[in-house]
Ligand binder design. Structure first.
Ligand code: FDM
Length: 211
């Protein structure tokens, strides 16, 4: 019987170390004979939505659009990759995702849009097997290199995102990671969770986000 891969999502504020850790996890899994890929969201290379989102984030072409329209673009970006992710999982590839619906919802809520608007477009996307949430104080990330390059990288805004992320704390897939530790310590914690997860979910059905 072919077993499926795990959908492992990394979430957290800007500069919380997610991207470094996704790359370390990919290398670790590959070195241990496991198929894995990284999928980043927003996927700025997605042909229909990628370049518009990239322009918005870099404030390159001053996209003068409503928060709601921007939200739906981010969500569509995920929907456009849904089928590809499902196929990869089914063929046994572990999919490591750098940001997903949880960034989608919390960043938009932090701009003042309602939950009633922000949550429904995410329903039906593939439910992650685990969300590794990199918790860190925005006062710490603000001091890290590159912070402030994009439009949403402001400490007061990041603080709101951190507060809003608490809405997912009761979900069974939510696993809080202390992102203040060293890169190697965080990697060790990530590997322990993932090593436990992959065999556990291998024969589980693929499910959709439903709440
Ligand atoms: N972001 C990301 C959103 O506002 N909505 C989303 O759905 C997603 C996936 O885009 F500020 C924001 C979060 C962050 C930016 O930056 C993406 P990185 O550096 O590519 O993670």
């Amino acid at each position: 019987m072919t077993t499926r891969g795990a959908l492992i999502v990394f979430e957290g504020l800007d500069r919380s170390g997610k991207t470094t850790q996704t790359e370390k996890l990919l290398k670790y899994l590959n070195e241990n004979g496991k198929k894995a890929i990284i999928q980043r969201f927003p996927d700025r290379s997605e042909p229909l939505t990628g370049s518009t989102i990239d322009n918005y984030l870099r404030n390159a072409s001053c996209i003068n659009q409503t928060k709601e329209a921007i939200h739906l673009l981010f969500s569509a970006n995920r929907w456009l990759l849904r089928q590809k992710i499902e196929e990869l999982l089914k063929e046994g590839t572990n999919v490591i995702v750098d940001r997903y619906s949880f960034s989608g919802v919390t960043y938009t809520l932090s701009k003042g849009v309602s939950k009633q608007f922000a949550c429904p477009p995410e329903l039906g996307l593939i439910r992650p097997d685990a969300v590794l949430y990199f918790d860190v104080d925005p006062a710490v990330t603000a001091k890290r290199g590159g912070f402030g390059d994009e439009v949403l990288e402001r400490t007061d805004f990041q603080q709101k995102v951190r507060e809003n992320m608490k809405m997912f704390e009761n979900q069974s897939y939510w696993k809080k990671i202390n992102a203040n530790e060293t890169i190697d310590e965080v990697h060790k914690n990530v590997c322990a969770i993932v090593n436990d997860l992959i065999p556990k979910v291998a024969t589980n059905p693929i499910e959709s986000l439903d709440e």
